[in-house]
Ligand binder design. Structure first.
Ligand code: SF4
Ligand code: SF4
Length: 235
């Protein structure tokens, strides 16, 4: 606000992009338009962090921690943004007993410095190359919600062709057990998938395809497929 017209311009377009541009692009392309094509953190992960991508934890417990953490940071970021906007327009320092400056400082130190900086990149050799993207990034959480529930993007799988070699799961940097889906012929519509395409590239059988298509049939909780058109085991 202190910058006058340019400040208001940036503020306005920030809100328009967040509310309209981001969900629209995610609807058409999935979160890869940002996480894999634009984001600087993603660029660092795909270059410096690439040798460590196979270290991402694939266990169910890691997935549960991931969901709690990343959505917790998203809530924290929303609260901080509302407080900041309120104090900017009203001139009041506090709302409901919460001091805007303290909340911003806490976020800046614990999330911005410790989580995104020290842990998010320093732990590549221990936790894989997308630590921050997977466990902490609030924008990734927001994009992920749109991708999961309202998007054309999916990874299709041909279960009948899968030989269960596990290459796809090993090299998924987001800790997705891709093989589990491939063996069932089930589309992958996970909110955490950044659409890097490596699972598809390392599959020796051409089982996996990154696609944008109609929303109908996108989410298919298919049974185990023994031969694609013949024997299906419904559970
Ligand atoms: S495209 Fe494949 S390897 Fe990349 S994040 Fe998605 S599931 Fe994992
Ligand atoms: S890499 Fe391909 S063949 Fe190997 S487990 Fe994954 S989907 Fe199946």
């Amino acid at each position: 606000m202190q910058e006058g017209t340019i400040g208001l311009f940036l503020f306005f377009w920030g809100i328009v992009l967040f509310a309209i541009g981001v969900p629209l692009l995610t609807y058409f392309y999935g979160k890869r338009w940002y996480c894999s094509w634009v984001c600087g953190c993603g660029g660092l992960a795909e270059t410096v962090g690439d040798p460590y991508r196979h270290l991402s934890d694939k266990r169910l417990g890691a997935w549960q921690i991931e969901r709690w953490l990343v959505h917790g940071v998203l809530v924290f970021a929303v609260v901080m943004t509302v407080l900041t906007a309120y104090t900017a327009f009203s001139g009041e320092a506090e709302i409901l007993g919460m001091n805007s400056y303290s909340v911003r400082s806490t976020y800046g130190f614990f999330i911005g410095f410790v989580f995104a900086g020290a842990v998010g990149t320093g732990f590549y050799p221990i936790m894989g190359n997308r630590v921050w993207c997977r466990f902490g990034c609030p924008l990734a959480a927001y994009l992920g919600l749109v991708q999961r529930f309202k998007s054309k993007f999916r990874i299709t799988t041909n279960g009948g062709q899968c030989i269960s070699c596990g290459n796809c799961s090993t090299y998924c940097e987001m800790g997705i057990d891709v093989r589990w889906y491939a063996q069932r012929g089930q589309n992958i519509v996970r909110s955490s998938c950044v659409g890097c395409g490596v699972c598809s590239a390392v599959c020796p059988r051409g089982v996996l395809n990154l696609e944008n298509g109609k929303e109908e049939g996108r989410i298919n909780d298919n049974p185990i497929i023994i031969g694609r058109d013949r024997a299906e085991l419904k559970l």
